[in-house]
Design a protein around this ligand. Sequence first.
Ligand code: HEC
Length: 128
Amino acid sequence: MFPLRRVVPVAMLLFAAHGSAWADAKQDVAMKQLAATSGCVACHSIESGQPGPAGVAPIGPAWQDVATRYKGQEGISEKLLKTVMEGSNPYASHWKGKVSGLAMPPNAVAIKEADARKLVEWILALKQ
Ligand code: HEC
């Protein structure tokens, strides 16, 4: 019914679209929406090298940089999840000199732990 020469190109197109979605986590629309509705994007960009407000350093680190810095470290998801929920320590800043924000406020008011966990896993999967 469907000649192969028609089915194959369609299959290839579908595969290409699907393949790029996997290869490029930063295109994940659901995760981007979750980050936006949870207020994270007021301080974070996904991609490195974005300027912050008024041309100063961005308020929080770009999430690609977070991934590059921590990827593969043992127990890192749990550590980052705790920081996201409870906020970071302004006296022991992890991004001193690289960002203009002194510390991250606790986000527990704005996001459920299960959703924050999803965001952290997604952030750690980002590639430069
Ligand atoms: C009001 C600004 C602000 C908001 C909103 C915010 N962050 Fe942050 N975030 C920061 C700053 C500033 C840092 C850097 C903290 C440091 O230097 O230790 C940071 C750091 C981080 C880090 C890295 C922590 C580390 O130990 O290196 C992650 C992951 C992160 N934020 C995720 C999130 C997520 C997910 C949300 C939304 C639920 C969010 N942030 C909302 C300002 C913010």
